[in-house]
Write a protein that binds this ligand. Structure first.
Ligand SMILES: [Zn+2]
Length: 221
């Protein structure tokens, strides 16, 4: 079962959003192409979905500013601008993302007392979102991951997929990802690779699908 996980391709992380990732919206066209031509059996999208008083927001920490380091749940926490508040346009998927091809949406970040970068569980590793159970039940054994942002939610989702979905092979489609901090992106790529993920381009993914179709055609003759 071949699955594509789109991480947080939401207005809030694209230009004009409350926590815009540089060039974030550039992932949309690549994600659409992957959904249409990548030969996936299942497409899942995660959605950052915070209550208005979420503890990761600098606005909830008097005297602190966005991108200060603070604490949440006893752990160091990057304090973010208010973003992806439930029911707001900021939390919607990017309007150009081909939603009709998404089979399942996994929301995260709903508990105000802890952040959740990973689509699979919170940052304290206390509560699962349910996505690992969903993928195990669906029989996912090949998983491609892309989205926003490389150095936070993509990284943590990739590492958790390898830990929480037994036997899965994971590829990161890197040209369908954008990050916040260039040094953080470099470190995240090394971490994902060290954890066992392959870093690939969408061109390699789509060429692989074409090659498989050609060899299937040849062997059927
Ligand atoms: Zn968030």
């Amino acid at each position: 079962m071949k699955c594509l996980l789109l991480v947080d391709i939401q207005n809030g992380f694209c230009s004009g959003g409350n926590l815009a990732v540089p060039d974030g919206e550039a992932v949309v066209v690549v994600a659409n192409r992957l959904m249409a031509e990548g030969g996936y059996d299942l497409v899942v999208a995660s959605q950052d979905w915070h209550p208005a008083d979420h503890g990761s927001f600098a606005s909830q920490h008097p005297g602190r500013h966005p991108f200060d380091m603070g604490t949440l749940h006893g752990k160091p926490q990057m304090l973010w601008p208010d973003h992806c508040v439930q029911g707001t346009a900021d939390a919607d998927f990017h309007p150009a993302l081909d939603r009709a091809r998404i089979d399942h949406v996994q929301r995260k970040g709903e508990n105000r007392n802890i952040d959740s970068y990973s689509a699979f569980r919170d940052n304290g590793h206390e509560a699962l979102t349910g996505l690992s159970r969903y993928m195990i039940d669906a029989g996912v054994d090949r998983l491609d991951i892309c989205g926003l942002a490389t150095d936070y939610c993509v990284r943590d989702s990739v590492i958790d997929a390898l830990l929480l979905v037994p036997g899965v092979t994971v590829r990161v489609v890197i040209d369908a990802c954008r990050g916040i901090d260039p040094a953080g992106v470099t470190a995240a790529i090394a971490e994902m690779s060290d954890a066992g993920a392959r870093i690939v381009t969408s061109g390699e993914v789509l060429q692989g699908v074409k090659d498989a179709a050609i060899s299937a055609h040849r062997s059927s003759r």
